[in-house]
Design a protein around this ligand. Sequence first.
Ligand code: ZN
Length: 169
Amino acid sequence: MRIGKVMSETQKSQTIGDGHVVTLGYTLTVDGRVIDTSEGAGNAPVVFIQGTEQVVPGLENALYGMAVGDSKNVVVLPAEGYGEYDPEAFDDVPRSEFPPEIPIKPGVILHLRDNDDEVYETTVVSVDKDTVRLTFNHPLAGKELHFSVTVLAVREATTEELEHGHVHD
Ligand code: ZN
């Protein structure tokens, strides 16, 4: 009599579901240009807990059921990415409201706290003598995101990781 090979828990092919820690290799292309990638020196795969919106919704939704070694191209529309571009999401703020030591120039990202203690991320559009023009649009708002991804690892998150909402080493 022959006994078939028994698969251990760890050998079972784990597929991506909520509460799993995913290690994902990726390249993000926007308007035909690579703007972010895990490939190459100094870059690293993204590691996150699936189902907690740590990556944009359109990408997260496309990952369910993928297994280690699987690759996929995912096109994410603005609504499922960094939002639609809002032509009214601009604000002009007096230069004097910014501490002088903060370098204010176009492209600089600032975190502003409002009266309700909410933190907003905003990008400097332009600066003149008295006024700083800010936009609350994400730099990738209105853009179609082209992801090329490969699943490098999948495991269950620990109870502690789920409580904290982030991945531990
Ligand atoms: Zn923690």
